[in-house]
Design a protein around this ligand. Sequence first.
Ligand code: SF4
Ligand code: SF4
Ligand code: SF4
Length: 580
Amino acid sequence: MENVNLKINGLNVTAPAGSTILEAAHAAGIRIPTLCWLKEINEIGACRMCVVEVKGAKGLVASCVYPVAEGMEVRTNTKRLLDSRRRTLQLLLSAHDKKCLSCVRSGRCELQELCQELGVDDEDHFAGERNHYEPDTSAVHMIRDNNKCILCRRCSAVCEKVQSVGVIGPNNRGFATFIGSAFEMGLGETSCVGCGQCIAACPTGALYEKDNTDDVLEAIADESKHVVVQTAPAVRAALGEEFGYPMGTDVEGKMAAALRRIGFDKVFDTDFSADLTIMEEANEFLERVQNGGVLPMMTSCSPGWIKYCEHYYPDQLEHLSSCKSPQQMFGAITKTYYAEKMGIPPEDIVCVSVMPCTAKKFELQREDQYAAGVPDVDISITTRELARLIRRVGIDFRSLPDEGFDDPLGESTGAGVIFGATGGVMEAALRTAVEKLTGKELEKVEFTEVRGTDGIKEATYNVAGMDVKVAVASGLGNAKMIMDKVRSGEADYHFIEIMCCPGGCVNGGGQPQVHADVRNFEDVRALRAKALYDNDAAKTIRKSHENLSVKKVYDEYLGHPGSERAHQILHTTYVKRTIN
Ligand code: SF4
Ligand code: SF4
Ligand code: SF4
């Protein structure tokens, strides 16, 4: 690619032609503050935080959208620029609920940070008439509070461009502009899929998950309840970020120790039920292949994807695997097999899940998720909520020892742990399905073609003389491309993995929010996914069908994968929904 030479703050800088001033400055180690800019998602140059001076240009220019040119001379930090940024912040604050003391985002809020950085202490500089909004609490998973919205539009850009959902966006004009849904419907009335990617994108406390941490503490305080917790694979790859660990640090051992100290009676692992899912899903796939069932079969672990399919592709539901998600399988087996084994009535067990996902709060309330006549899972909290809980009860996370999970629902294989990355479910399923089909042990368990953070991956494997064509998609915009091909009959895949969030659960809407300064320049998904693949590589058992505890559950209780009992407990159905 052709390069251009320019000067930024008097330094000679070389940058690829076509890049923006902001990108060129970043590559040269010069930080320009931003608020509305999300790389390749929201490049609207609207907030005016990233303004710079360009010699010869009329007025200040937005560096996030202004391309570099040969011989250009740029200044990023003059007094005029700092004053302009301060004024921008003062204007934003004039329409803002400044409740930093109690705000869920305080300490990690990009607006708060910029105010501190630029020394904006006269928050009421432009005080005057402003709009007040009733927070939207209608969705199961999240709250939207426009009183803290700065109209950056990062949320609506993600919802529409990345997730192809588009249920939120600016309503009205000028002073009356606010972010909402069409016809001012509550988010819960729309076809929002609950992914939380808007929360992950929001720089302020305007969007946040419904907090269930008090429900967890209440359950633990109730001595008549046996409270078990399960942790999804991706949580261990990101929880450490909340406590100052570098991105991609696997904190599985400290996480288990923290959960024990919070007071859970048993600390279990969703990786166990990820292995169980593979047993059922691989069996279902083989049955469909051998008996002329509906193909391609599609994975069903991701509740945001399921809801998306129900709203936008209700005519394609027969492609979905009937397997419950690992969260729900875990709850179902806890309230049946484990309850019987321990002699505890299922109604006295509280099953809490820690998930990288906000859609799980919706999933646990779905119909047909009551294997023992009570909800399979009672409370689902996000990775962020777990971090909040750890702080709230006064645990010094960094000083904790590494501890393991409890038996019998804490044992897992490497296949279970890679569920958290895009392609992981496919790889885990292939490790089992190929051995079942060929009757031979795999020489190499890695299926690297389905790894990586590309939005769509395809591969063909020759298994026992049959070409098995698979596809993997993450992010609903990519899912849409695959689904349109399936609907039109153009796709000739046998098996498709779809994850709602781009990059899979490691980048779920419930994971620690990543500051735009990092998100725009680092491959967050790859860093977190690496923690899971390293965890897998370090395991002695890496195939779900070799999980001894899972085998025991089949021997003692379920019979075999796909048995009638397994179907009653571990499988589910879907509903046709409309688009709102
Ligand atoms: S959104 Fe940020 S600035 Fe606003 S109250 Fe919350 S922490 Fe403070
Ligand atoms: S949760 Fe997902 S689908 Fe719902 S508004 Fe946010 S980004 Fe859109
Ligand atoms: S809700 Fe958050 S992301 Fe959306 S426009 Fe407001 S501040 Fe920006």
